[in-house]
Design a protein around this ligand. Structure first.
Ligand code: GUN
Length: 285
């Protein structure tokens, strides 16, 4: 039996449709147009594509958006000044600094992300929002893990009482995923580069989330028959986009699996739009 393929397209379309409905109500009844500012520093080609996609998605559903492109040579202080002015800008409800930052600025990443007003932190990376997530207050949740959870919910996949294994402990995906799954009463294990016997632990999972950034890392022998496999990886291999899961192998054992491309990645932008509208509602409430 081959796994159910969880294609992101239909889920993302549904989230966008619901978000657009909320935007229409905000405009009609409250005269509020949600606004998003995306700051991109330097010339990373992949980041440029992601940012253009975010800008286009905003336009499609009626979110005002600004892309602020700064040269890699810009100093930290100029970037902090820009963030401060966006924090004060009433047209802007969401602020996002596209990562990765240029190498020369990497050491300043925490200071830069911390400068964003937590109420406008649609990435959910500010320590205030990270802290809220750890105590079960899902205020502004990082978009990729939020998209994974939304997909599980929309696909009708139960979480309570399940064994969930997350491979990867990044601040952007692995750690928030742990909190979100735990909050829905899964028993959650987080594996990482120093985990011993990772394959045996992964094989316990009813829900397996791969977020390691290594192409085809999860192989058939690491997956319990019938498990739900969520692949968060986006890797380039021989000019092709591939996930962290060896899709061709694993689809013959899994019960359900997300493809790459065309899986949870599509929900990331949809959740960014949703977070921007949520921030607008919370700021104006
Ligand atoms: N780069 C890759 N993913 C993300 C994300 O979710 N947010 C930001 N700001 N940068 C990213």
């Amino acid at each position: 039996m081959s796994a159910q393929i969880l294609a992101g397209k239909n889920f993302a379309a549904q989230i966008k449709e619901n978000t657009k409905r909320d935007i229409d109500v905000l405009k009609r009844d409250y005269d509020i147009i949600p606004g998003l500012a995306v700051i991109i520093v330097g010339e990373n080609p992949a980041s440029q594509v992601y940012v253009a996609n975010k800008h286009r998605a905003c336009a499609e559903i009626g979110i005002y958006s600004e892309v602020i492109h700064m040269p890699a040579s810009i100093g930290k202080d100029a970037l902090l000044d820009k963030i401060a002015s966006l924090n004060e800008n009433d047209k802007i409800h969401g602020i996002l600094v596209q990562l990765p930052l240029p190498d020369a600025m990497k050491a300043d990443e925490a200071e830069i992300l911390n400068a964003i007003d937590p109420a406008k932190d649609v990435d959910g990376f500010h320590p205030v929002n990270v802290g809220k997530l750890t105590i079960g207050d899902e205020h502004l949740v990082p978009c990729t893990p939020a998209g994974c959870m939304k997909m599980l919910e929309m696909a009708g996949i139960g979480i309570a009482g399940k064994q969930a294994v997350v491979i990867g402990r990044s601040n952007i995906v692995g750690k928030p995923m742990f909190h979100l799954l735990l909050a829905r009463n899964a028993t959650v294990t987080v594996c990482h580069s120093r985990t011993g016997n990772l394959a045996a632990i992964a094989r316990q999972a009813d829900i397996l989330v791969a977020a390691v950034g290594k192409p085809n890392f999860v192989t058939k022998d690491m997956v319990k028959p019938g498990a739900v496999v969520i692949d968060v990886g986006i890797n380039r291999l021989d000019g092709k986009l591939v996930g962290d899961v060896d899709f061709e192998q694993v689809k013959s054992v899994a019960g359900a699996i997300t493809p790459v491309p065309g899986g949870v990645g599509l929900l990331t932008i949809a959740m960014l739009l949703s977070n921007t509208v949520k921030a607008a509602c919370l700021i104006h409430q």
